[in-house]
Design a protein around this ligand. Sequence first.
Ligand code: DHE
Length: 545
Amino acid sequence: GHGDAAMKEYQAGGSPMADVPMHHDINPLAPRMSEPEFDKAKRIFFERCAGCHGVLRKGATGKALTPDITLEKGLEYLKVFIKYGSPGGMPNWGTSGVLSDDEVDLMARYIQQTPPAPPEYGLKEMEASWKVVVPVEKRPTKKMNDLNLENLFSVTLRDDGKIALIDGDSKKIVSVLETGYAVHISRMSASGRYLFVIGRDAKINLIDLWMEKPDTVAEIKVGLEARSVESSKAKGWEDKYAIAGTYWPPQFVIMDGDTLQPRKIVSTRGMVTGTQDYHPEPRVAAIVSSHFNPEFFVNVKETGMVYSVDYRDLENLSIKMIEAAPFLHDGGFESTHRYFMDAANASDKIAVIDTKEGKLEKLVDVGKVPHPGRGANFVDPKFGPVWATGHLGDETISLIGTDPHQHPDNAWKVVRTLKGLGGGSLFLKTHPTSKNLWADTTLNPDEKISQSVAVWDIDNIDKGYELIPVGEWSGVKAGPKRVVQPEYNKAGDEVWFSVWNGADQESAIVVVDDRTRKLKAVIRDPRLITPTGKFNVYNTQHDVY
Ligand code: DHE
């Protein structure tokens, strides 16, 4: 199975649903629990367990934990499993010191209860949370600041619920803005004017970069838990719509691009590809926006479906359900932007989605638990254009041929497998003007590896990687100092890395000169609390990676 420790730890990152009140349905067959015990257990479940076992405990990466299964196993068996973990990938919550013996007992009783269902969240709730801070007619009609917007970076300050806007030229923090809880990603509107930021609590901030001091002009909460937001990019539809996908409820919503007014909500509950079994909570993972057609491509994680959503007519919405493979997580375009390279992380495959024709082109077998972020595009000296992904579950980088016209024999095949620093890789990147491929190993258990990155010379890719000790270069002394997510500046001659420490420790951003691979700058500032994702405006706007 997919029992990689890093993978489990990654998914057990905590959920804002821990705070959502839910009804305790007394199950007479289950061991007794008081109301305070139930609430405490529910909190632990959403902080530690829901990421793998699902909100309704129907199973995802982890096993199903519904009472029909757990009552049969019994209290003692469940306690041992929770305390010691399993070779199949269940963490050892007790012996690792995360849960006390009393808490292990509490959780063993809790998972025999009927799973409490979180509330639904529809138009009424969205509208109640929706705020237009600056109406469209009160906004500037041209750019009112001297910022070089194309080289601005939006930086996730994960545990502070904020983003930092950093000027890529001077490396100075322009401002720090409040966003949602455990803020997750930033995306750009097609014009490069609006920045969308989404938190794990499903709060979206729409930030107008034309203002004298860029700030939030609208906000909304689109659900109880979320990870993805995008903006319409097809010709004639620039900046018109935004879309956000939620983990709970399992649905997505299309909004007006300049106000976030919710327009159309679509549920993703349905049948799993292949088995055609019903899944009650298929979460929405990555969403990409077609540059060709007025369509969003929406990853429906647990059912393994990609919905192509044609946004021309919201009242008569047309959705194509493209069967790929479970569990769809992250991905990005190849260099022509026609094919969406989409990681099915429980199937060890990349699903190649033809966004022009709206169909599955190919399922490509790669390494164990692919995790590309948006991936990396470059021209392999032997095989032509390729797109690359790293893996959480092994040390390899898979290079997939992406040019069916000039290199048909290599198209949609793994043409080369690189050996990287180790497992636990989250992101890799290059740039059209660069000859380097950079990959992190953020979740590797070995500190030397998680604090370093690997870099390959694309023209001599056989020669293997060079290790760059980015964590050490940061000068930050204490802490885990995990190095995460390479991101290029607009010119493609600098690559930025986050040195991600605990919330009460110093973190940093390290800027490396891409041509010399030498240290160029370190951004250290008390406001840089837990920096993780970085999104260069131009590269994000144009899907350059
Ligand atoms: Fe992410 C992208 C989900 C944990 C940093 N993350 C994504 C996307 C999804 C996702 C679905 C794709 C969005 C898109 O393209 O529309 N992430 C999840 C989880 O479910 C998971 C595993 C567990 C959780 O509790 O949230 C998770 N992610 C993390 C982290 O722990 C990371 C490393 C640090 C952080 O900030 O939380 C993290 N995720 C990122 C980043 C991206 C991302 C930086 C965007 C990469 C890019 O280049 O586009």
